[in-house]
Design a protein around this ligand. Structure first.
Ligand code: OGA
Ligand code: MN
Length: 294
């Protein structure tokens, strides 16, 4: 078997064939997929049934996994549906039943319906996310990806000069606050204190620049908050125009892998009375985008 990647758009999102993600990859295969990620930023793999252990082993070939602590509302290990080390982005409780409408976990997860980049609320934000479809919802639930390199490239020179060098503050409190998520606990406030991120990033391998936006961004250092939020909304509206967006329509056992350094994503509404079982592994980033206090 040899890997090939079919572009879904000229330089954004590719569909990979000729690889079995359940088996260890050769160094050459890992390098080919990394090169594919650098080029396409989103890779789609069809027909890849994985166990949680296989999904974690696949992810770890691209670097250490992110420590998921602080990325969710604090829940007891005994209340988890899936193992520590995996992010549960389903709509299910530990018995596999859809969460009730007033469930705090459900309301928190609805934040994934806002355009975001995973873990932009961490000082060292995520590199890759890998999402595996274990049960597909029959109505809605597409995941959309926006190419933040193309969005940067399409900005006019004045806007580029205006925003280059700006530093944003990101926090889960901002994205959840924007939805009117119920009052945060003391512990959540402590876990979710804001971190700083550059508004413009440069890819470490390709050198391409991209906008680094996320629903978690709620302030810009040195700017009045309303002005900062208008600017962030305006840039987000620009970056998520249809010409920059790839829509993924899930089939059972799809795996989608994306580079959080050069894309944003969101999931669309679906029938929450029925299950949608999606499990994510996250490859940790290796650097802060801007220096900050510990
Ligand atoms: C995620 C996420 C989208 C989805 O896993 O990071 O935002 O389609 N999920 O469930
Ligand atoms: Mn996400």
């Amino acid at each position: 078997m040899s890997i090939s990647i079919r572009p879904l758009n000229p330089f954004f999102a590719g569909e990979v064939s000729g690889v079995n993600l359940a088996q260890p990859l050769s160094a050459a295969e890992v390098a080919e997929l990394e090169a594919g990620m650098d080029r396409y930023a989103v890779l789609v793999f069809r027909g890849q049934p994985l166990t949680d252990e296989q999904q974690m082993a696949f992810a770890m070939q691209f670097g250490p996994l992110e420590n998921a602590h602080g990325g969710n509302i604090p829940i007891a290990v005994s209340d988890r549906r899936i193992r520590v080390g995996m992010n549960d982005v389903s709509n299910l409780d530990k018995h596999g039943r859809p969460l009730p409408p007033d469930s705090r976990q459900r309301l928190f997860n609805l934040g994934n319906m806002l355009w975001h980049s995973d873990s932009s609320f961490r000082a060292v934000p995520a590199k890759y996310s890998i999402l595996s479809a274990r049960l597909v919802n029959p109505r809605g639930g597409n995941t959309e990806f926006a190419d933040m390199r193309a969005a940067w490239d399409a900005l006019d020179d004045d806007t580029r000069a205006e925003i280059d060098g700006l530093v944003c503050e990101h926090s889960l409190m901002h994205s959840r606050g924007a939805l009117g998520f119920p009052e945060c606990t003391e512990e959540e406030r402590r876990l979710w204190h804001p971190v700083r991120q550059s508004l413009v990033r440069t890819h470490p391998v390709t050198g391409r620049r991209s906008l680094y936006l996320s629903a978690h961004a709620g302030a810009i250092v040195g700017m009045e908050t309303p002005a900062a939020r208008i600017l962030l909304r305006d840039l987000t509206e620009h970056a998520t125009q249809p010409q920059f967006v790839h829509v993924h329509r899930w089939q059972l056992h799809d795996v989608v892998m994306w580079d959080n350094r050069q894309t944003m994503h969101r999931v669309r509404r679906y029938d929450e009375r029925l299950p949608r079982d999606m499990r994510r592994t996250t490859v940790a980033g290796d650097a802060m985008t801007v220096a900050q206090a510990a």
